[in-house]
Design a binder for this molecule. Structure first.
Ligand SMILES: *[C@@H]1O[C@H](CO)[C@@H](O)[C@H](O)[C@H]1NC(C)=O
Ligand SMILES: *[C@@H]1O[C@H](CO)[C@@H](O)[C@H](O)[C@H]1NC(C)=O
Ligand SMILES: *[C@@H]1O[C@H](CO)[C@@H](O)[C@H](O)[C@H]1NC(C)=O
Length: 454
């Protein structure tokens, strides 16, 4: 695991304001405290996100305080190729070659003289983990070789790795709080993130020292509930958990398991088919009366396993500790499917980078969707892809139930559904690669030096 030591690193984000406070002299606030300030010290990082449907490269550019700088007109450069690495299961060289156009594009963005100190990293998410045998390992080895052979960027031995859900959640927390300017503030002023992927859902938020100290232990081999993070002069205790089997695509399988081959009230009238997830096929058809929000919710509640034993502490679902639900979770940013599904069914304006909704808006949306037939839904939701229409009632009912019954969020609470966040005059994606870039940059030697001057 290449990225695992994230939170044992120091995050050396040093804002100028902080320096002057530290020196205890306001007169110093405009003075250059860094001896080599005349050299414009800027750093780049190139982060590859190898997802199940495609691969993307993100290039970020930072100044010496780790503030994002422009690359052309934007604060991030990105480019995508399809299909994803996992579709080259038995052709690792081909998988590696699919990334060459992205590598070349990234190298063109970074000035030649900075290539050797520009970290290049690749994080592979869910798709690769599902491959049989050593297919994933072979692909990652081929990608590592290709980077080492062809790239003039800085490729460390841990540069190419599979990242798990807790890492995605922690990096996303870092990225979102960075973009919102919350790093360096009290934990209670930071925001929580909940990311609904295809295979898993991640929750991450900062908790008090005391909560962290009393966190329950997890069985050997599992990620602990608390990760430690130092950012902008502050130590944070982050509660992070990734719920495997509870992402959008995976949750359908869990919900169809409850109906176990018989009619499922989350499926729209007029649909009859199959759903395959993780090589298991499920029958997909509604009762003769069609879909029903109330009956669907019952089934979703069962799929969430709310009554799993939960010792001593309070739990979300499946016997998982809830993190104490303190003030680091008062404001929530919900990403990935939490943004895309409401967007595709018209709850969010197509031009909105993010939108504040009340959780109960999702329930109303689900009730409307569950009242439709398959044919009606096709015309009501033109932006929803064909494969997703039969599941529209199920998927929205799931999002609502997950937030309210799973995570215990008040239906009347406002949450922000986000794909991007405004930062300076630009917009930046709310996704884990920015968090990875911040970590990669802040462990470069020159930032250790910055630390030293503190
Ligand atoms: C990288 O270089 C090594 C050694 O020169 C070679 O064996 C390997 O096939 C190359 N791999 C790729 C993906 O170009
Ligand atoms: C579902 O899959 C089974 C087995 O592959 C097949 O016999 C059946 O026709 C499929 N049903 C539908 C509605 O596609
Ligand atoms: C469990 O939740 C209840 C209700 O929110 C709260 O009063 C109680 O303090 C919690 N217990 C623990 C151990 O966190």
């Amino acid at each position: 695991m290449g990225f695992q030591s994230l939170f044992s690193f120091l995050f050396l984000l040093l804002p100028t304001v902080y320096s002057s406070q530290y020196l205890g002299n306001n007169l110093l606030s405009n003075r250059k405290i860094f001896p080599k300030q005349e050299e414009a010290i800027t750093s780049y990082a190139a982060i590859f996100d190898a997802g199940s449907t495609g691969s993307r490269v993100h290039v970020f550019h930072f100044d010496q305080n780790l503030d994002l700088l422009y690359i052309g007109n934007n604060l991030e450069f990105h480019q995508r190729v399809t299909p994803g690495l996992s579709s080259y299961a038995d052709k690792p060289e081909k998988a590696a070659q699919s990334l060459i156009p992205l590598l070349e594009a990234a190298e063109n963005v970074v000035p030649q003289d900075l290539h050797f100190k520009t970290p290049l990293k690749l994080g592979a998410t869910a798709g690769l983990r599902l491959l049989e045998g050593n297919a994933a390992e072979n692909i990652l080895n081929a990608v590592r070789d290709m980077f080492k052979n062809r790239s003039t960027l800085n490729v460390q031995s841990d540069a190419v790795a599979i990242i798990d859900g807790t890492q995605e959640g922690s990096y996303l927390w870092l990225a979102v709080n960075y973009l919102l300017g919350r790093l360096g503030k009290k934990f209670s002023k930071t925001v929580g993130v909940v990311d609904l992927g295809g295979g898993s859902v991640q929750m991450a938020y900062a908790v008090s020292r005391n909560t962290a100290k009393n966190a329950p232990l997890v069985p050997d081999g599992e990620d602990p509930y608390i990760k430690k993070l130092y950012a902008k002069g502050k130590n944070y205790d982050l509660y992070v958990h990734s719920y495997l089997h509870y992402g959008t695509e995976a949750s359908r399988a869990e919900i169809l398991k409850v109906s176990d081959g018989s009619a499922n009230p989350c499926i729209l009238a007029g649909y009859d088919g199959n759903y395959t997830y993780s090589e298991v096929e499920y029958a997909v058809y509604p009762p003769s009366s069609g879909s029903s929000y109330d009956a669907c919710r019952e089934i979703v509640l069962k799929a969430l396993k709310l009554n799993e034993p939960c010792s001593r502490h309070n739990c979300t679902f499946g016997g998982i500790w809830d993190g104490g639900r303190g003030s680091g979770q008062r404001t929530i940013y919900a990403t990935s499917s939490f943004y895309y599904l409401p967007l595709d069914v018209g709850l969010i304006d197509a031009k909105a980078h993010n939108a504040v909704v009340r959780v109960v808006d999702l329930e109303n949306l689900a009730k409307r969707a569950c009242g439709k037939t398959f044919e009606e839904a096709k015309s009501s939701y033109p932006h929803l892809s064909k494969e997703r229409v039969p599941f529209v009632c199920m998927d929205i009912a799931y999002q609502y139930t997950l937030l309210v019954d799973g995570f215990g969020i008040d239906p009347l609470q406002e949450i922000t559904l986000a794909k991007e966040i405004e930062y300076k005059d630009a917009i930046v994606e709310t996704a884990w690669p920015l968090g990875t870039a911040i970590e990669a940059i802040s462990s470069l030697p020159k930032f250790e030096q910055l630390m030293y001057f503190m």
